[in-house]
Design a protein around this ligand. Structure first.
Ligand code: SAM
Length: 443
């Protein structure tokens, strides 16, 4: 080997990112040594983030208008989940938004003579079950029509060390490499329960009981929006905190960190209208950076696949991990935790003593929904503390009727007439179902 070849390191693998959002996938791949050379993203705020965080990288607007992709080793497509997610419209893969995955296949077909080595597709776990898994069948068919072998694995972002339970399907496909070597070379398994702390629990307050999203030492999946379409922070219950500080939310920069981004990553959006809601949405839509970093390492250096599996019968449910080619499908024995990277406990990532308390309005509405249904997942103290939180903010059985702040208190929340009416409705309904103990400040 000549001195020249021995000293030169191989050129980094290149990435073309479709549906790039704020570049969670691409940032993770870059951290694994890959280089982003092309991006495509339609939404203005996401484009503002990409332009600043990936300076100089060509950024196309609408994937439907793109004629050809530049040559790249990896093409990524975290296509819109709006029609596939539980929180979304569930129109399925034929839906207006999620159906855009067809553009990926169109572009791959258009560049048939220089197909990428790897195709990476990411979406919500719900796609494995929605419409009997028709979205999975669609993606698999699209890849097989192009001659790709494919594998997928549902992974939980917590494996990358962030306290966010986020389960996503990662597809990897290749014509020249074995995709199992990328997805199934690592297996750590879920950690034992005693490795998780007992001091903070995440939940959704926006979805009522249908999606309480109860998570120990973690927040549930950060979302682009609730079922009401409102981008919102999850709640965190801190049972040992003083009353009034037991129900809080992470701040935006902490949400960025919960997704593995450097705090302030979506800062370029600041100054635009409704920046906070937009930033939450961008963060909730993204791929967790550490997940993409693990994957990038395995695309650059596939390993020996550990998974064994059995052939799936036609029409059988899609398992949590599988691989296949040319019409044959095999279930893989792979957990959602390929690695178990050092875990940032929720109470160490979120500054709980300083975290904003969940607002009276949010808590009132949430409590009302709690009252309507049974509370099966969370401990009974949780419900008491939600009531106590209301009471400590001047709203309880006694507090509501005798509260000295009354309308002034509502006004102090900066609400207009409509907002105040809605709040009053929420408060009244919440009060109607408060346990008697709530007026005393709870437990
Ligand atoms: C689930 S998000 C992708 C998130 C991204 N992988 C990340 O890590 O940030 C889907 C993205 O597709 C974008 N999108 C929707 N329609 C598009 C189109 N016609 N062309 C390009 N991008 C589009 C959305 O604006 C959204 O940012």
């Amino acid at each position: 080997m000549s001195a020249m070849t021995s000293s030169s390191s191989p050129a980094p693998m290149t990435v073309a990112g479709l549906f790039a959002g704020i570049g969670g996938l691409e940032l993770g791949l870059e951290r694994a040594g890959l280089r982003t050379e092309y991006l495509c993203e339609l939404w203005g705020p996401a484009r503002a983030v990409l332009s600043e965080r990936f300076p100089g990288v060509p950024l196309d607007l609408d994937v439907r208008e793109v004629k050809r992709l530049p040559r790249a080793d990896v093409v990524t497509a975290g296509f819109p989940c709006t029609d596939l997610s539980q929180a979304g419209r569930t129109a399925g893969i034929a839906g207006e938004h999620s159906g855009l995955v067809r553009e990926l296949f169109r572009l791959l077909r258009a560049g048939r003579r220089s197909l990428p080595t790897w195709v990476v597709i990411e979406n919500v776990r719900n796609m494995t079950v929605l419409g009997s898994g028709s979205a999975m069948a669609h993606v698999v068919q699209g890849l097989e029509d192009l001659g790709y072998r494919w594998a997928y694995r549902v992974v939980d972002s917590r494996f990358s060390g962030v306290p966010q339970r986020r389960q996503r399907v990662l597809f990897v496909a290749s014509r020249t490499e074995d995709p199992r070597g990328a997805l199934f070379a690592d297996e750590a398994g879920e950690p034992p329960a005693e490795e998780l702390a007992d001091d903070a629990f995440g939940f959704y307050w926006t979805e009522g009981l249908r999606g309480l999203g109860w998570a120990r030492d973690a927040v549930p999946t950060l979302k682009g929006g609730s079922s009401l379409g409102i981008p919102s922070a999850p709640g965190i219950w801190v049972p040992a905190a003083e009353q009034g500080r037991r129900v809080v939310s992470p701040r935006l920069e902490e949400a960025e960190a919960l997704q593995g981004f450097p705090p302030g990553w979506t800062g370029p959006v600041e100054g635009s209208a409704r920046a906070a809601g937009t930033r939450w949405k961008l963060v909730g839509n993204a791929v967790t950076v550490g997940v993409a970093q693990w994957l990038g390492g395995r695309l650059a250096g596939p390993g020996e696949p550990l998974a064994t599996g059995r052939e799936l019968a036609p029409g059988e449910r899609w398992p949590l991990a599988a691989w296949g080619a040319k019409g044959r499908r095999f279930a893989a024995e792979a957990s959602m935790w390929p690695l178990r990277l050092p875990y940032a406990h929720l109470s160490s990532l979120v500054d709980l003593p300083e975290a904003p308390a969940l607002s009276l309005r949010a808590t009132g509405g949430f409590y009302q929904r709690l009252c309507r249904g049974g509370l099966k997942v969370a401990p009974p103290e949780f419900r008491d503390d939600i009531a106590g939180h209301l009471a400590s903010h001047g709203l309880g059985v006694m507090g509501h009727s005798s509260s000295a702040d009354g309308p002034g208190h509502l006004a102090s929340h900066g609400l207009g007439v409509m907002g105040r009416r809605a709040l009053e409705r929420d408060e009244a309904a919440a009060v109607a179902c408060l346990p008697r103990a709530a007026g005393t400040g709870g437990h």
